[in-house]
Ligand binder design. Structure first.
Ligand SMILES: [Zn+2]
Length: 164
């Protein structure tokens, strides 16, 4: 909010300056004339200072409005992204955000849950698989996920060393 007292101060200074300027007409006393001119200059400077402060406040407010508009736009953009994905259990209580089917012609993909919570869309990249589990890595936050039902490996066959 622009400080209205700054604008009122500027208007008041200019009004007084106008009165002082009017009183200059007809002055013959050089000393008094000099004093009135100095007073007039001070009043004009006060008015300029108040006007400059008000203008600075207005510029700050305009910047705040721009910042808020950007935040609103980013919020709306993220809302549009979240509408396209759903949190799914990939098996064995492992979760990821998956692109909803039939909404787009993009290939099926998964998003990093860590980045998603930070309002960032990062597509997981598969790095390996083991049994029914698949390992993915997030290129943004470097998180590694094992997704899918864990199936225990069959017990290793223990080789008996030959008897000596
Ligand atoms: Zn991530």
């Amino acid at each position: 909010m622009v400080d209205l007292s700054l604008l009122a101060g500027a208007a008041s200074s200019l009004r007084i300056a106008s009165d002082v300027a009017s009183s200059l007409v007809g002055l013959r006393d050089h000393q008094l004339l000099q004093t009135k001119v100095i007073e007039l200059q001070r009043l004009i400077l006060d008015a300029q200072s108040s006007a400059t402060s008000a203008q600075m406040q207005q510029m700050e407010l305009v910047q705040q409005i721009r910042d808020l508009q950007k935040e609103i736009e980013a919020f709306n953009n993220w809302q549009a992204v979240t509408q396209r994905y759903e949190l799914v259990d990939m098996g064995g209580d492992t979760f990821s955000y998956r692109l909803k089917g039939n909404l787009t012609d993009e290939p099926a993909h998964l998003l990093c849950t860590n980045c998603f919570e930070d309002r960032r869309k990062s597509v997981l990249q598969r790095t390996s698989s083991h049994g029914t589990q698949k390992q993915y890595q997030c290129p943004a936050c470097k998180s590694t996920y094992w997704l899918g039902q864990h199936t225990p490996s069959p017990p290793r066959q223990v080789r008996r060393s030959s008897e000596w």
